[in-house]
Structures are given as structure tokens and as C-alpha cells.
Design a protein around this ligand. Structure first.
Ligand code: NAD
Length: 285
């Protein structure tokens, strides 16, 4: 295991979560957000999360201080130059990710591994923006990163065995169970999960059942911890739409064609928990 310093790009739901997991696992973490204010807000969020864990007896206070000491939040991408592994967690948008990989390739040392947390986009498209396509792979954490056991390690056709081994070692050091998967849209989990989530929106839109009825049915009838509409709100409706678009683009399977209601909700900026409203209202909680 040669990775010691990890760069995380993007301070949204996943970037923040992965930064916390990696710092708790003992890695030095450089978290990059485009605006210093969001980088600082992420550190404030991390402080709150760790303090809660201490209150609940799940973390020693000394460990809380040590974890915070390992995280540096920055706005300058150049600060990632010394990282052994950079995991990007920016918006699910291929042009934005491609641009970022070009920049990371320019900034990072030759030996650094550049990884993406994409849910569905082709890893090879990011790899080919760099002069090191063998050192690019997917490291797909799940939401919330601190609680979910799985990481999908995604091998693009250009990824080397060494890169995959390093990615696996990193995810395992973060305490995760690793599953290997080829670079195909949706990998395993989202390829299977998203037709189900999409069809839940269609049922709602068709008036077959209410929001609460659909969520209660899947929790009570399938023993799922969350209903599909609650889960879409957690993932983010904008991210979910991008995932479905990428799946549909790859397979042209009508099950992946985004439900019109999902598109309309994203247009209305009702994108779930992170915006305060989605299928549920979070402003009153
Ligand atoms: N939300 C989930 O459940 C989930 C789970 C696993 C993986 N992912 C993946 O993680 C990545 C991030 O998702 P998220 O849920 O954290 O999203 P988010 O909306 O919470 O955060 C996205 C971040 O990207 C930044 N950003 C937007 N445009 C950018 C650009 N052009 N350049 C640089 N940064 C930009 C935003 O400022 C924000 O910090 C996506 O690739 C997504 O598919 C999401």
C-alpha cells in the first residue's frame, strides 16, 4: 500500500463523506472545493459529525482531534500536487469530469492514481483525457459513505492491475467491502437499482399509489430500509437524472428512460434533501 495522501475533489454529499471516511482510516486528506467558503463549510460539517460520534461514545475525543488534523480544505487545485491518489466527486457530468481529469493530469505527480466516484459515466472517457490512462479507475463509494459497506472498484479497459490493486487496498483500508466491476454504465448496483427507482416515480405519476403508499409498500413488503422516493431524495434528483440519462444513453433500454416527473422536479430545482425539498419537504425538520 503506497497511498498515504488522498485528494478529494468536490465538497458535495459524496466528497464530504469520502473525505471523512478516508481521514478516519488514517489517510492525510486534501479536500478541494471550488470556493473556499464551501471547503470551510465542509470542515464545519465534519467537526459536527465527529462531535456527534464522540457524544454517542462511538469515537474517542483524541481520535476526533487526530481526524480533524488530517483534513485540509483548499480551493486551489494545485494543492493536490503531492497526493498519491485523487478521487473526484464532482457533479455527474462528463464534460466537467473530463475537464477536471485534464487538469489533474497536469497537476499531479506521474505516479499518482486518478480515480472517479462516478455512478455511471464511462471511466475510460476520463482516463483518455490524461497521459496516464493506466493509472485511472473508478472507486465508487455509496451514500452515506460513512455508513455504506460497499465500494465498487471499476476497471476501465485502460486500467493496469497495479492501479486496481491500489484502489482495492485504499477502499479496504477505509473499511469497505470491495467488488470488482467492469467499466459499463451503472456498474452493478445502479444498473440494477435505477430501473426500480425510476419505475417508482412512474407509479407515483400515474396515480397508482401515493408517495407514502409507495415508500411504505417497499419498506414493509420487501424489508428495504428506505422507500424508493425517500432514497431518490437522499441520492439527489439531479444526480439520479444524470445516472438515468447515462444508463439510457448506454443501453437504450426504456426502463432507464427518465420518468418525466423526475425531469420536471429537477427543472423546478426540487432535487431532494440537499435542496430542502424533493418528494418530501425537509425544511420543517
Ligand atoms: N449522491 C449519491 O448518492 C452518490 C453516490 C455515489 C456516487 N455519487 C457520485 O458522486 C459524484 C458527486 O455526487 P454528489 O451526490 O456528491 O453531488 P453534489 O451535488 O452533492 O455535489 C457535487 C459537487 O460538485 C461541484 N461541482 C459542480 N460543478 C462542478 C464543476 N464543473 N467543476 C468542479 N466541481 C463542480 C459542486 O460544487 C458540488 O460540490 C457524482 O459523480 C455522483 O454520481 C453520488
Amino acid at each position: 500500500m503506497t497511498v498515504k495522501r488522498v485528494g478529494v475533489v468536490g465538497s458535495g454529499i459524496m466528497g464530504s463523506g469520502v473525505a471523512e471516511v478516508a481521514a478516519k482510516a488514517g489517510f492525510e486528506v486534501v479536500l478541494r472545493s471550488r470556493a473556499q467558503a464551501s471547503a470551510d463549510a465542509m470542515v464545519a460539517g465534519l467537526e459536527k459529525s465527529l462531535a456527534k460520534q464522540v457524544d454517542r461514545g462511538k469515537l474517542e475525543d483524541a481520535d476526533r482531534i487526530a481526524v480533524l488534523g488530517r483534513v485540509r480544505a483548499v480551493s486551489d487545485l494545485g494543492e493536490l500536487a503531492e497526493c498519491d491518489l485523487v478521487l473526484e466527486s464532482i457533479v455527474e457530468d462528463l464534460p466537467a469530469k473530463r475537464h477536471l481529469f485534464t487538469e489533474l493530469d497536469r497537476i499531479c505527480g506521474d505516479a499518482a492514481i486518478l480515480a472517479t466516484n462516478t455512478s455511471t459515466l464511462p471511466v475510460v472517457e476520463m482516463a483518455m483525457q490524461t497521459g496516464r490512462p493506466d493509472k485511472v479507475c473508478g472507486i465508487h463509494f455509496f451514500n452515506p459513505a460513512s455508513a455504506m459497506a460497499l465500494v465498487e472498484v471499476v476497471r476501465s479497459i485502460t486500467s493496469s492491475d497495479e492501479t486496481i490493486a491500489e484502489a482495492r487496498a485504499f477502499a479496504e483500508a477505509c473499511g469497505k467491502t470491495v467488488v470488482d466491476v467492469r467499466d459499463q454504465a451503472g456498474f452493478i448496483v445502479n444498473a440494477l437499482l435505477f430501473p426500480y427507482l425510476n419505475n417508482a416515480v412512474r407509479l407515483l405519476d400515474a396515480g397508482v399509489a401515493t408517495r407514502d403508499g409507495i415508500d411504505a409498500a417497499m419498506k414493509g413488503g420487501c424489508n428495504f430500509p428506505m422507500g424508493p422516493l425517500e432514497l431518490l431524495d437522499l441520492v439527489g434528483l439531479d444526480t439520479s437524472l444524470a445516472i438515468l440519462d447515462a444508463l439510457y444513453d448506454e443501453f437504450k433500454d426504456p426502463n432507464y428512460a427518465p420518468a418525466p416527473l423526475l425531469k420536471r422536479m429537477v427543472s423546478a430545482e426540487r432535487v431532494g434533501r440537499k435542496s430542502g425539498a424533493g418528494f418530501y419537504d425537509y425544511t420543517k425538520k
